[in-house]
Design a protein around this ligand. Structure first.
Ligand code: UD1
Ligand code: UDP
Length: 388
């Protein structure tokens, strides 16, 4: 028997909350051994709160750092400052961060400054390009340098960590917790119509999300122009639905270029449950999101990735996701192909799960229990089964 170990979760944005929620729920199953302390920086205010509601999470601390048009330096300095006091008061035995946001990096640094063991959920993703995605590629590399336990979602990420000389025994191959979240939510009964989302009858719906910093400016304008041309050419056949990210640098451009196009619906960011069911109702997804690239293949939805590089090559390799870049004409042609070429569409719309099997959180908590001596065995590795 061990003393109760205090696990501090720190996150701040929508995707971190979605991917951390299943781990918090799993920790709550071991009240005699583990005690969760949930800290949010509030890097995202509304989009984070939407996730907290869906997963019924009530943070113990909320730093409320978000500002309009915040800079990366704002996020890091305010998070670091706020976390200092909380860590000193709570003295956790382990701090967990997820992914590659600036909240995650600041929390990893805070853990290091106070010599708190650090666990990294979704470790080892790499594009090997310092600027793509920016600042996430460097955030995750720096977090890897600081982490004591690395929860690698896939064999690819495990291999990246081994190549960086991370000791094998500190890495756990777990699958991605986003699939745990997805499976929990996608099996709930849900009516898009009751949620106020009305889709055009008899049209194929193309779902779009875009928010990456490296696409600000012309690349985002090119994405919008490609969408406008497609919407006009296939006026009778398709409808675009775009839940517009709250970053004003993104929403300004999307609103300016697409507001007046009839078959393009610009909507507010959706809560996770509604968004998952909207993915299920889509014909095709265009996105630069990390999480959506992982979820859509599980739902059998083809994804065209609006980026030059991806740190998530696994679904690309099995043919469910295609990297199309940020050139207007290429985005137009690749989308058109999936609208007009049945076999190209069929080849991409197979349901595959390279990123997880719904048990990643169990493995992560199994690893924590092993680390603290409450379990003899390491958890079994996630074993990718690609079925199509
Ligand atoms: C952040 C992360 C990015 C992650 C993305 C997920 C960093 C530097 N970036 O980017 O890695 O992929 O979240 O969406 O960590 N805003 C609101 N309400 C919200 C959320 C955002 O108003 O709920 C607005 C604010 O004006 C804020 C701006 O969006 O200043 C930008 O938010 P920020 O977190 O800095 O950047 P993201 O592009 O969201
Ligand atoms: N998502 C959501 N509502 C939306 C759009 C996306 O809940 O309107 C979810 C999506 O299912 C995925 C996550 O948000 O799990 C991705 O977040 P985002 O694209 O903001 O960040 P990234 O994954 O690129 O870091």
């Amino acid at each position: 028997m061990v003393n109760r170990k205090r696990i501090m979760f720190v996150f701040g944005t929508r995707p971190e909350a979605i991917k951390m929620a299943p781990v918090i729920k799993e920790v709550e199953k071991y009240p005699d051994v583990l005690e969760p302390i949930v800290v949010v920086t509030g890097q995202h205010r509304q989009m984070l709160d939407q996730v907290l509601r869906i997963f019924d999470l009530d943070p113990d601390y909320d730093l409320g750092i978000m500002e309009e048009n915040q800079t990366i330096a704002n996020i890091v300095s305010k998070s670091l400052q706020g976390l200092e006091e909380i860590i000193l008061r709570e003295k956790p035995e382990m701090l967990l961060v997820q992914g590659d946001t600036s909240t995650a990096f600041a929390a990893a640094l805070a853990a290091f400054y106070y010599r708190i063991p650090l666990g990294h959920v979704e470790a080892g993703l790499r594009t090997f390009d310092k600027w793509r995605p920016y600042p996430e590629e460097m955030n995750r590399k720096m977090i890897s340098d600081l982490a004591d336990l690395h929860f690698a979602p896939t064999r690819t990420s495990l291999k990246n960590l081994l190549e960086e000389k991370v000791p094998k025994e500190k890495i756990y191959l777990t699958g991605n917790t986003v699939i745990d979240a997805l499976l929990t939510v996608s099996k709930r009964n849900f009516s898009l119509e009751k949620a106020g989302i009305k889709l055009a009858k008899g049209k194929k719906m193309i779902l779009v999300t875009a928010h990456r910093r490296e696409s600000f400016g012309q690349p985002l304008r090119d994405i919008c122009t490609a969408i406008k041309r497609l919407a006009e050419k296939y006026r009778r056949e398709i409808e675009f639905v775009i839940p517009v990210h709250r970053n004003p640098i993104v929403s300004r451009v999307i609103n300016e270029l697409l507001e007046n196009v009839d078959n393009v619906e610009l909507i507010e960011p959706l809560d996770y449950e509604a968004f998952v069911h909207l993915m299920k109702a889509s014909y095709l997804i265009l996105t630069d999101s990390g999480g959506v690239q992982e979820e859509a293949p599980s739902l059998g939805k083809p994804v065209l990735v609006l980026r030059e590089k991806t740190e998530r090559p696994d679904a690309v390799e099995v043919g469910a996701v295609k990297l199309v870049g940020l050139t207007e004409q290429v985005i137009f042609e690749e989308t058109e192909r999936l609208l007009t070429d049945r076999s190209a569409y069929a080849a991409m719309s197979k349901a595959v799960n390279p990123y997880g099997d719904g048990q990643a959180s169990e493995r992560i908590v199994g690893a924590l229990l092993h680390y603290f001596g409450a379990k003899d065995q390491r958890p079994e590795d996630f074993n990718v089964k690609i079925t199509g």
